[in-house]
Each structure stands twice: as structure tokens, then as C-alpha cells.
Write a protein that binds this ligand. Sequence first.
Ligand code: HEC
Length: 390
Amino acid sequence: MTTENKSGGFLEQVGLCLSVLFYVLFAWHQWWSGVSPRLIRGSAERDAIHHAHLSIGATLFVILVLMLAMWLFRPGASILERLKGAFSTVTHTAISLFFIFMTFAMLCGLAQAWAKGEETPFLGVFKLPHFLDWSWNTAGYNHSAFSNIASALFLGIVFVYLFTHLRRYVKPGVAVAILLIVHLLVNLPKPPSLHPIAAFGTYVLIPSYYLIALALYSWAKHRRLVYWPVFAVFIGFFMYLPYFAFKVLPPWHQKAAAETVLVESTETLVAARPQAEIFATPEALASAKDEATWCTQCHNATESDTHLLGPNLVGVFNRQAGTVEGYGRYSEAMIKKGLEGVFWTRANLSEFLLHGQEFIPGNLMNQQSDLSDPEKRNQVIDYLEYISSK
Ligand code: HEC
């Protein structure tokens, strides 16, 4: 998509500027996205980063559409010939797929923001009109899956260019070995509290990308018969990555929500204490809230009728399992548990947070935090009681 014609022309120059702007913004965006999950949801710093994430994403989308339009309407070879060129070698294919997936990923990101009622200011100046009405979940899943495909392709492309241009000085195998060592050295000092998914990404996924890029480069350079299946497996893997990592069902596997059936609790419920009685000091509240921050990457914990990956936790205390209104993505296992009369009492919450899969086999929550310490678990449960009380 980018290389065939090197000679001047106004459009080529504009295209070049757009590409440079695109790569600078993309790198900036990736760095920022990497920083933001470590910050507390709702903090001013995280809000600023989130806003930047949206603005840059919207800007990238506009640039991608402009680049696509330029590619489509550029005079010269027919579209069919150009399409053939765009997929003629492994590098061209990777670049073309990168642009396709990236455009789709950004579109899904916009749809996700719109589904949450957020603005998407273009370069912080004017707003993109809303033109898509996807559910938060559909848009969110696709945004995550396709951004990951695009990022991995991007890494692969950068490496192939590096290998090609440095080949005279260093063999690709040696270059990858050096990259791996540098990558691991840079990432070793990460705190031990590193999230298991982030650890998996850092220590397993990214090194595998390097090795896959090397394998593709040295083994399948110009053999289309080989690289198409490789791309297919690669894309298939990423389409299911949010499922492997967070157990989010891909939109194409989701069924319409069953109607909620309410039953009686099998045990007598002890009403939630008034808020003022739950925590002795403001520090105790702050500490419990801090302990529950981890949960808020998947759960809203403030009054609202919106849900993230998991159901809103306000009011969960003493609620029948699997029955919050408007969520619609409970597993059958969770709904069945509720129908058996299981309500979210202290004991049941404790059991769920400690041995989720034994308590409700096949449930879709992948909490990933270690609450085996009874004190921490109690703090989290206190906090759930607190946000469910008045
Ligand atoms: C990676 C995402 C994720 C994280 C992190 C997470 N949850 Fe969940 N949670 C879910 C999903 C998804 C469900 C729905 C599960 C199902 O239907 O099988 C759920 C369900 C629940 C339920 C049942 C709610 C209901 O309406 O029946 C409770 C309670 C809960 N989570 C508490 C927590 C707590 C407390 C934490 C933090 C310690 C936490 N979750 C962390 C995704 C998550």
C-alpha cells in the first residue's frame, strides 16, 4: 500500500506526511495506553490519559480513512493491480493487513466510546459525529482483539524492516537474540505485583512475536502458500485473545440475554449495615476501596446503569446471583447458581472470591487477583457491602 511509487507528486507528499503523523501518534498512543491501566479509574490523571487515548484514536481513524481514500483514488495502476501489489509479498501483506485491522480497531474504539456516551474530539478541536451504534461489549471486544492484531503486525513489520536493513551487519537470528535479551532486561525490574496478564504479555507473548517475526522472515519470505495459513492462525489467535485473557465471550458467540427469574434466598439474609457503621475510619474505607480497585477494571462500582465486562457491583450485596438489570452477559452457570437460591451474602461472596471456579464451575469471571488473605478478602466484601448500602 505504501511503497510502489517513490516519485514526487503533491498527493505522495501529503501521503508521506500523513504516514509520519500516523506513526508518531500511534507510538504515542501505545505508550499512553500502556501507562493508563496502572492508574486508578476515575483519578484525574487517568481521566486525562483516557481523554488523550480517545483523541488520538479518533485522529488516527481520520488519518487512516484519508490514507485509504488517497490509495483508492490515486491515478495510475487499476485498483485490482494495486490490490495484488498490496498482498504480493509477506511484508506488503503484513502492512496491508495492518492498515485494514487498524482502521477497524479504531472504528470499534470510537463505537465503544460512543456506547458509553463519551465525546471523541478530533485533535481536541472538533468532535466526530456519532455514526455507529454498537453495544459497548461488541465494540469493546473488537477494539481489543483487532488493536492487538494490528499492534502485533506492526511489531512484525518493524522487525522485518530492521532485519532487512541491518542484515549486512548482523544476522536476523542474532538481532532477535539481542532484542529478546534487551526486552527481558528492560522488563525484569517490573514490580512483583505485575498483573498476570501483563506478565504473560511481557514475558511470553512479546518474545513469541519476535520469534514468529523471525520465523516468517527467514522461512516464508516470499512463499505465499506458507504465509497465508500463518497469518490465518495468527489472526484467529488474536480474535480470541480477549477470551483467553479475560474470558470475555466474543460478540459472535453471545446469545440474547434470558429473562431474569427471581427466586427466594435459601438462607436468611442479614441486611447490609448502614454505610456509617461499616468502616471505623476514613482511612479504613480508603484502604478497602484501594483493595477493590482491581475489580473496577471489569466492574463499575458507582451508581449507574452501565456495565463493563462484568456487572455493576452497586447493590450486589444480598442480590440473587446473576440478576442485575441490563447486563445480559451472565454465564449460564451464574444464572443457574442464582436460581438455586444463592444470594451474595458475606459467606457466598467470600467463597466466590476465594474459589470462584469450584463455587460456580464455568462462570466467566477471571478475577486474577489473589484474595486468599482473609483480611484483604474481608476488606473487599466490606466495600461491596458499603457500595450496596446507604
Ligand atoms: C477480568 C474481569 C473481572 C475482574 C477483574 C473481576 N470481575 Fe467480577 N465478574 C466478571 C464477570 C465477567 C462476571 C460475570 C460472570 C458470569 O456471569 O459468569 C463477574 C461477576 C461478579 C460477581 C457476581 C455479580 C452478580 O451480579 O451476580 C461478583 C460479586 C463479582 N464479580 C465481584 C468481583 C470482585 C469483588 C472483584 C475484585 C476482587 C471482581 N469481581 C473482579 C469479571 C471480572
